[in-house]
Design a protein around this ligand. Structure first.
Ligand code: SF4
Ligand code: SF4
Length: 101
């Protein structure tokens, strides 16, 4: 899901999508033409520094339509998951330690 109101038109998401699924309209706002082709690699949401992209977590991976966004700092990634029942989960990743796992 791309929120056009938050999109600044930087184009980072279009350049990192491995499936070339994201395009920009005449105002440089990003949009995904065929959402069903997205395989949820999350590259685009990590690259968007404006919080404009969120990923729906499907039932097949236990998400049941939960909405996932990410906040990035130089040292950390914080994955925020909003579940359909209104509850929230936060997963903090230290980028410097991420290769340990
Ligand atoms: S990375 Fe974010 S701000 Fe940049 S074009 Fe994509 S959605 Fe818009
Ligand atoms: S989640 Fe991955 S495959 Fe899906 S639109 Fe974003 S970069 Fe492309």
């Amino acid at each position: 899901m791309i929120d056009k109101a938050k999109c600044k038109g930087c184009g980072m998401c279009t350049s990192v999508c491995p499936g070339s699924l994201i395009y920009q309209d005449s105002e440089k706002k990003a949009f995904i033409k065929y959402p069903k082709d997205c395989w949820g690699c999350a590259s685009c949401i990590k690259e968007c520094h404006f919080g404009a992209i969120a990923l729906y977590l499907g039932a097949d991976i236990g998400g049941m339509g939960s909405l996932m966004t990410v906040k990035s700092t130089p040292d950390t990634l914080t994955w925020d998951i909003k579940k359909r029942d209104g509850s929230k989960e936060e997963i903090l990743i230290n980028k410097k330690e991420s290769n340990k796992y």
